[in-house]
Design a protein around this ligand. Sequence first.
Ligand SMILES: [Zn+2]
Length: 216
Amino acid sequence: MSTSSEIKYICPYCGREMTITIYQTVNADTDPDLREACMSGDIFRHSCPHCHTDFMVQNPLVYSDPSHKFVLYVSENPVSGIADFAGPLVRSGYRLRRCESVRAFTEKIQIFEDGMDDVAVELAKYDSFIEFIDNRKGRPEDVTSVEYQRVFDGVMKINIRTDDKGLTFHIPVGMLEEEIEEDKERYEVNDEDFPCVNSDWIISLFTEPAGNGVQN
Ligand SMILES: [Zn+2]
């Protein structure tokens, strides 16, 4: 079951008051139409009845998909108060993640519905980015997005976009799994913390000093 509430909201454009429906929880199994609204981002999109301007409200949302066994918490801030139910979920095989943005949220749904390990996806995105830079296809600052596309025949497709072009990288999933297996501890995530498994996370694995972090 999904839960929502009606709240009074002041239009950020015309300043007039309206009522909007905010979802606190979405269950993808029982409400497939709401799953669609999550994938498109429409669940956070509202329209002012007075000035007819569309705007986004990224309210905290708990998205659960019992069929694919994952729960996503959409919030810019770390989890508080929902850690209690994390333990039992993790023990029954659920993956728990926090997503800071709507874009990260929709991508994560896709990854988990595809049955992929998101750690492998972030590694693939990281590897693709490094290859893109090393082969001088462009400068790091030109990259506007690095996106998971899909997996087909054991090969993961990653798209790197700049303002004027897009490049697709093909990475064998087996290779990623080996890379993770060889350095298991580095890639370990604790689901109970609702971790953000994103580009910042993977970069931190390679840049943070293991010992003392003292800088002069
Ligand atoms: Zn308005």
